[in-house]
Design a protein around this ligand. Structure first.
Ligand code: P6P
Length: 359
């Protein structure tokens, strides 16, 4: 018999009653097919939140801000040629790099959405020299999180329609530091969430909160990120590497030796020059992504806090490995916000192969 308060809901679609008693589904009347995906990012996050009785919803609120702002950015990227948002601003960012109009639009969208969340204490971005202390910062423990991001990684590829993306990292705010800005200088293993959105042939959000990697695709017809893979696993045994070989002469000899080995052993090479696009391909197909030290960038080119760390968390949670040369990326203690590192990440077997040359 149905439990008190429940009703037999075997309605016209032959759905099982609320109390879960299995009723035969009547194929004639079942109008929804298996391919009708009804798990959105929001429903996934709320169902995950339900699993943690002590959850306050503030963490979910942050991820919803990233969802909203990246949908806005995706729309701007796809309409870039139709609206006057292509090209550079004619200004330099804090790293003396030419600033694209969309870099600033993406940065402002993320900051505006995150600032409106009462759980964010500090925001740090590639486009801003200093971390931003969110107003009302002193609301005690009401603001337990720090969010770092690269708003539009690879934006120089925008007008060539290559995949570009937003990379994000979430830390718990460390109130022990006298200077609140030091709260962003935490090693990558302290991240509570990380991920990226790639604006490619489709808009795909890949994230982790430390329990595996989930992949969502933006369905523009309903404006929602829909779950397509709840436990992404990076493939192994895929002989493919991704590196800018134009710099091979300035790589350390050990990296050159690996590449010469790969040239002689049937490897394929793929390189877009947009970290999100290159790493997403590695996550989906396997292989290894490298940005070694060069004469021009002896520490490496990519940023530790909002590029290497979030990507390292994603890759490790998907069963892969991520190093800055011979050290595990997530164990590196940051010393400055825009610190650069060399990057070696991908399938564990292929990363081990590269490490065997480095050691
Ligand atoms: P290079 C894009 O400018 C970026 O920051 C990353 O997205 C990308 O992986 C890297 O730089 C490409 O650098 O020196 O190969 O052009």
């Amino acid at each position: 018999p149905a439990q008190a308060g429940y009703i037999q809901a075997a309605g016209p679609l032959g759905l099982p009653p609320i109390d879960g008693t299995d009723l035969p589904m009547n194929p004639v009347e079942t109008l929804l097919t298996e391919s009708d995906n009804l798990t959105s990012l929001q429903s996934y996050l709320l169902s995950e939140e339900d699993k943690h009785p002590d959850a306050t919803g503030r963490f979910t609120w942050i991820l919803s801000a990233i969802s909203l702002s990246t949908k806005f950015i995706s729309d701007k990227v796809r309409r870039a040629r139709l609206q006057d948002v292509l090209g550079s601003l004619g200004s330099q960012n804090v790293h003396d790099e030419s600033q694209q109009k969309l870099d600033v639009i993406a940065d402002e969208a993320l900051i505006r959405c995150l600032r409106s969340r009462n759980s964010v204490a500090i925001v740090a971005s590639e486009e801003n020299e200093e971390p931003i202390i969110v107003e009302n910062y002193n609301q005690g423990d009401q603001r337990p999180y720090v969010v770092l991001f690269d708003p539009l990684d690879g934006s120089s590829n925008l007008d060539t329609c290559c995949g570009i993306g937003t990379i994000f990292s979430v830390l718990e705010h460390d109130r022990r530091s006298n200077n609140p800005k030091e709260s962003v200088l935490q090693p990558g293993y302290r991240q509570v969430a990380a991920g990226y959105v790639i604006y490619g042939s489709s808009t795909v959000l890949v994230m982790t909160t430390g329990s595996g990697v989930q992949m969502f695709v933006l369905d523009p017809s309903i404006g929602a990120y829909m779950l397509v893979n709840e436990n992404v696993q990076i493939p192994t045994a895929h002989k493919s590497y991704s590196v800018n070989e134009a710099y091979i002469e300035s790589f350390p000899k050990s990296y050159q030796n690996y590449l010469h080995y790969a040239h002689k052993n049937g490897y394929s090479s793929r390189y877009v020059g947009s970290m999100v696009a290159d790493v997403h391909r590695i996550l989906v197909k396997g292989g290894v992504f490298l940005y070694p030290p060069t004469e021009k960038a002896p520490e490496g080119k990519l940023r530790l806090l909002y590029e290497a760390n979030p990507m390292a968390m994603i890759i490790e949670q998907a069963g892969g490995k991520a190093y800055t040369g011979t050290q595990r990326t997530l164990e590196l203690q940051p010393t400055e916000v825009h610190q650069r590192v060399s990057v070696l990440l991908g399938s564990s077997d292929e990363v081990d192969k590269v490490l065997s040359f480095l050691e």
